[in-house]
Design a protein around this ligand. Structure first.
Ligand code: ATP
Length: 716
């Protein structure tokens, strides 16, 4: 309390000084004594705080001395008795002064000596003045000399305190002692204060020879001395001052009984509104705001099984699922319905083992580069550097649970690099990520982190920035403290990165969350046309649709898909809980062998070494096969050779058939039977595929594969 008073008085001083500067500037310069008067006033104001000891020394001794002399100085007996009593009282008062003004550092020791000496001298003088009276020699001399010395010595103390040389004295209390006890005596601890919610913070200033790193290294010892977990003590460096750090210790856990889910204030908020996802250890709300951050930062969520990742996902998604201008795509091939089943309505495209499986997960990842490119073009057209709610595009969230099982990290890297400027927030959740299973590039592109309990400190170092783990914020509690984490980026102020958080618990309000998501359906905008068109058939034929189901597909997709969709393809898929992973591998292998045989047959008919003088010697692979030699017995094949239109119809028919059956990715070799049926060769096929890519019907993916983006309107 005394410390707070001092801090307040310092603050007040600061304010007064600040005002003083203003007052000086606005003082009238003429009249009432002019500049001399102004200077006089200024000096008087400066001297005022130092006058009380002088006034006390000037007034008190003669007044009290005269009083005691008048009272008891008449007779020798009364004077003797009074002097004896006052002498004993003086000794007692001096002892009390000594006792109550104790201290461990040199400033407090000086203050104790000064206070005790002042009391002793004053009481001694008073005792003598009982019989001798306050006036006359040597009492007046002693008063003048002693009083002057007393007042001057206290002024010196005031000056030193105002120069902050005594700050160490005022603040080096319990924490200072603690620092000394663990060998950090060369560190000043200032402004230690508790927030009344279990958090103690202080500023640390290492003296010459020590660094903030030394204090960080001692954090576990401080934690042990305070009887708290080592992660409860953190020491942050000041980015602007290497000689300053901030210490904080969580001495009580207010979150141990869980954090209730905080619902959105209203339905239909924009994606750029902050999301409350839990509480900090000091009771403040843990907000995240990915879409408002200057740069959209993709998020890495990490933690061992049972550490609280799924609860976190539910808390974040529950909010996002009530927002307009936002579409959520989610892949969860590990737990699926178990994690998010009751919230599935809010996900625009949900891929689980039972809904689309690995095939659809891959299809989603494959279509994303096209979506990103189309959104980039749209934003450029709108004159936007990055997505904002002003764009006609929806913000998008692509959330991948247990990403290591679901996606190729090379693909992910490419998506992560390009997605952020087009308003696609990527969230990747992993039980354990390390440099072995996640490449440097992917890690570098996941700039925000929510690190729940991990088994080893090195795992936390992978997830969290160095400055966080160096401060001692290491959640190496495994699954022992579910829901507790450290979180960085996505709009969280850096000074909060080292404060423990606990996510809200959605389990108890599971039904209410479902009801809330359903109630928000009218506010949910369907995915914008640009992204829809670019996502193509993979999106159009997705197994699951959420509250964005009112989506109207782009015209070309709609026209073709009307033909391609069997009436209840979607419902059937849902009813059967189609599991793409369940396709019989033996069947697939047999089909592949058949295709390979057909392909080999075709290729076998093409001479390996054409005769240089033959009619076909100058033909390129893309050219049509010339009329056959009349002598050859192959003439009947040439007679049956389909026209160019017919050849294309065969090829397009095959592609459309695949599109209708959700076989959206193929290798060129798979079209060999169609090429044979069309009486064409590989060159023609390549040319046709290229043309289809240019028209946006197909996309040429990595490793030579093609993805069907939209069906072809066949004019057979
Ligand atoms: N924020 C929280 N507050 C209180 N308890 C929590 C919190 N988060 C999780 N838990 C408890 O921990 C259990 C496991 O949490 P959760 O399923 O979210 O872990 P997980 O990290 O997703 O595990 P896995 O990797 O196996 O899916 C929950 O059932 C719940 O009882």
């Amino acid at each position: 309390m005394a410390r707070r008073d001092r801090v307040d008085s310092t603050a007040r001083r600061g304010t007064v000084d600040g005002q003083h500067g203003y007052a000086l500037a606005t003082l009238p310069t003429g009249g009432g004594g002019g500049i001399l008067s102004t200077i006089g006033n200024h000096l008087a104001a400066k001297a005022a705080p130092y006058l009380p000891p002088w006034i006390g020394a000037a007034v008190l001794p003669p007044a009290v001395g005269w009083g005691v002399h008048e009272m008891w100085g008449d007779s020798a007996l009364s004077a003797g008795l009074a002097s004896a009593g006052m002498g004993a009282g003086g000794v007692l008062l001096s002892a009390v002064t000594w006792a109550v003004s104790g201290g461990t550092n040199k400033f407090r020791r000086y203050r104790r000596a000064q206070a005790t000496a002042s009391v002793t001298a004053g009481m001694g003088w008073l005792t003598c003045s009982v019989s001798a009276g306050p006036f006359g020699h040597p009492m007046t001399d002693l008063w003048l000399l002693g009083g002057g010395l007393f007042a001057a010595s206290w002024n010196v103390r005031q000056i030193m305190r105002n120069a902050h040389d005594e700050t160490e004295e005022t603040d080096k209390g319990g924490l200072g002692k603690l620092a000394e006890a663990i060998g950090l005596e060369k560190v000043q601890v200032k402004n230690a204060k508790g927030n009344g919610k279990g958090m103690v913070t202080a500023e640390v200033f290492p003296l010459p020879g020590k660094t903030v790193e030394d204090v960080q290294a001692a954090a576990p010892k401080i934690a042990a001395a305070l009887h708290v977990p080592s992660s409860a003590v953190t020491v942050n460096k000041d980015p602007d001052n290497a000689g300053h750090g901030t210490f904080s210790a969580r001495v009580a856990d207010l979150l141990k009984h869980g954090v209730p889910f905080q619902p959105p204030q209203e339905l239909g908020l924009l994606p750029t509104e902050p999301i409350p996802v839990g509480l900090y250890a000091d009771g403040e709300i843990w907000w995240i705001n990915p879409f408002l951050a200057e740069i959209l930062q993709h998020l890495l969520v990490m933690g061992v099984t049972g550490s609280g990742k799924s609860e976190f996902a539910r808390a974040v998604l529950a909010h996002l699922m009530t927002r307009r201008k936002l579409s959520i795509w989610l892949i969860d091939l590990s737990k699926g319905a178990q994690t998010i089943g009751h919230m599935a309505e809010g996900v625009d495209w949900l891929v689980t083992r039972k809904h689309g499986g690995m095939r659809e997960a891959k299809a989603m990842m494959r279509c994303l580069p096209g979506v990103i490119a189309a959104r980039g073009d749209q934003l450029a057209e709108e004159g936007l550097d990055q997505w904002t709610p002003d764009s006609k595009l929806n913000a998008m969230v692509v959330w991948i649970e247990e990403a290591a099982d679901a996606v190729d990290f090379d693909v992910l890297d490419n998506i992560a690099r390009t997605a952020r400027s087009v308003g696609i927030w990527l969230v990747v959740s992993l039980q354990r990520a390390s440099w072995k299973n996640v490449s440097t590039d992917v890690r570098a592109n996941l700039q925000a982190a929510a690190c729940f309990g991990v088994d080893e400190a090195s795992d936390a170092s992978f997830c969290l920035p160095d400055r966080v783990t160096e401060s001692g914020a290491i959640p190496d509690w495994g699954s022992d403290r579910p829901g507790y984490a450290y979180s960085t980026g996505i709009g969280i102020p850096p000074k909060r990165w080292t404060t423990e958080v606990r996510g809200s618990l959605t389990k108890p309000v599971r039904d209410q969350i479902r009801a809330m998501i359903l109630a928000a359906a009218p506010y949910r905008d369907p995915l914008d046309d640009v992204s829809t068109r670019a996502a193509g058939l993979a999106y159009e034929q997705r197994t699951h649709r959420g509250t964005n189901r009112t989506n109207t597909p782009a015209d070309d997709v709609a026209a073709a898909s009307a033909e391609l969709h069997t009436a209840s393809a979607y419902e059937d898929a849902m009813d059967d809980e189609m599991d793409a992973d369940a396709v019989d591998p033996a069947l697939e292998e047999a089909a592949a062998m058949e295709l390979q045989d057909a392909y080999d047959d075709v290729m076998a008919q093409i001479p390996a070494a054409p005769e240089p003088d033959a009619d076909y010697a100058r033909l390129r692979l893309e050219d049509d096969v010339p009329d056959a030699d009349p002598d050859t017995d192959l003439t009947f094949e040439q007679a049956d050779r389909p026209s160019t239109e017919e050849a294309r119809a065969i090829l397009y028919g095959q592609i459309d058939q695949w599109a209708a059956t959700n076989h959206l990715t193929f290798e060129p070799g798979e079209l060999a039977p169609a090429a044979v049926a069309a009486g064409r060769k590989r060159g023609w096929l390549q040319k046709e595929l290229k043309a289809l890519v240019n028209e946006g019907v197909l996309r040429h993916d990595a490793h030579g594969e093609y993805t069907i983006v939209r069906p072809i309107a066949v004019a057979a």
